[in-house]
Design a protein around this ligand. Structure first.
Ligand SMILES: *Cc1c(COP(=O)(O)O)cnc(C)c1O
Length: 348
């Protein structure tokens, strides 16, 4: 059976400046490695316990513990959500995927048996509530979007998210992927109590620097979390990830410092792109989408200089664009210098 969708993995990158996956370029907090070193041989031998990590997440986001589901990366959360939203529905129900979309949404919904209906953004790639409203149908069971969005980095106001949950109706789950919410200082977690069909996804891969450990979570009303548990393996999060998460959430200083670095790096890119006359989006996340012309060629030339960026030129509305991660300001400066060299001998 072909779903018509395939999530394409990127080739491994051995060394150089990794500005292609929006990772934390400083690394995890040192406290995380210390916590991992304290694990005993027995703890590694036992099936993992989740109470401590679940309670830590609940305290951190100020929500009840029965509204939290830990997942093996948010990617697993997305797949779990799709499986739970479309039980045994061979094309009889639909998922509305808000474009531009993260690469897992469509494939996961299609794999679960949903018809995938795209909802297109405004010309500047910002969110269009009207487009989502028109895409909603009586058989829509799931709406998937990300806030801030990827790859432009636009933010959707919380009131608009609430309006969308009402427009979708009680039988349709509205998934808001907040993978980059820390960088923007926004969240709809405070709306969970008012919106029983809202599901929020968070990852500790980006701002918290735990991408290699694979840890994320879904937050939703307790009845939805119980439904989601029926679609996920009971021990999908390993003991290292659960341990690291508790340590990372206790270490607020490192996160606050890193968020300031990202903001400074973003400004480096904004200023440089202004000077170079390159069109870009004023992202609130830890990446900037910029129109460089021949994006595949620019990506390849930067890779020759050991700077890895993402070619997003095939995404709708992103023609000629690359996406660069904003990590530390020095890295942004290095990327800008290399980009200037590359564009100098680039026919445009
Ligand atoms: C990175 C990313 C994810 C995946 O997070 P993991 O926890 O690494 O699986 C999900 N959604 C968006 C929008 C992302 O950018």
């Amino acid at each position: 059976m072909s779903t018509g969708y395939l999530y394409e993995p990127l080739p491994d990158v051995a060394d150089g400046l990794r500005l292609h996956l929006n990772e934390n370029s400083d690394g995890c907090a040192p406290a995380v490695l210390n916590a991992l070193r304290r694990l005993t041989r027995h703890q590694v031998a036992w099936y993992p316990a989740y109470e401590a990590a679940t309670n830590a997440v609940a305290r951190y986001f100020d929500v009840p513990a029965d509204t939290v589901l830990l997942t093996n990366g948010l990617d697993e959360g997305i797949l779990t959500l799709a499986l739970a939203a479309f039980p045994r529905s061979e094309g009889e129900a639909s998922a509305v995927v808000v474009e531009p979309a993260y690469g897992m949404y469509g494939p996961s919904a299609a794999l679960a048996g949903a018809r995938v209906v795209p909802a297109h953004p405004h010309a500047d790639l910002s969110f269009s509530l009207d487009a989502v409203r028109s895409a909603l149908a009586p058989d829509t069971r799931l709406v998937m979007l990300s806030n801030p969005n990827n790859p432009a980095g636009h933010v959707i106001a919380d009131e608009v998210i609430l309006e969308l949950t009402k427009a979708a109706g009680p039988d349709t789950l509205v998934f808001v992927d907040e993978a980059y919410a820390d960088f923007a200082g926004i969240s709809s977690i405070g709306s969970l109590a008012a919106a029983p069909n809202l599901v929020i996804g968070r990852t500790f891969a980006k701002a918290y620097g735990l991408a290699g450990l694979r840890i994320g979570c879904l937050l939703a009303a307790a009845p939805i979390i119980r439904r989601l548990r029926g679609a996920i393996a009971p021990f999908s999060v390993n003991v290292f990830a659960a341990t690291a998460l508790v340590a990372a959430l206790e270490e607020r200083g490192h996160l606050a410092w890193y968020l300031r670095q990202v903001e400074a790096a973003r400004s480096v890119f904004f200023r440089a792109f202004d000077q170079m006359g390159l069109p870009y989006w004023r992202s609130r996340a830890n990446f900037v989408l910029v129109r460089v012309g021949d994006a595949p060629r620019v990506r390849a030339r930067l890779a020759e200089r050991n700077i890895h960026v993402r070619d997003r030129s095939t995404a709708p509305g992103c023609e000629g664009c690359i996406r660069v991660t904003a990590g530390l300001p020095d890295e942004a400066e290095a990327c800008v210098r290399a980009l200037e060299e590359v564009l100098c001998d680039e026919p445009r």
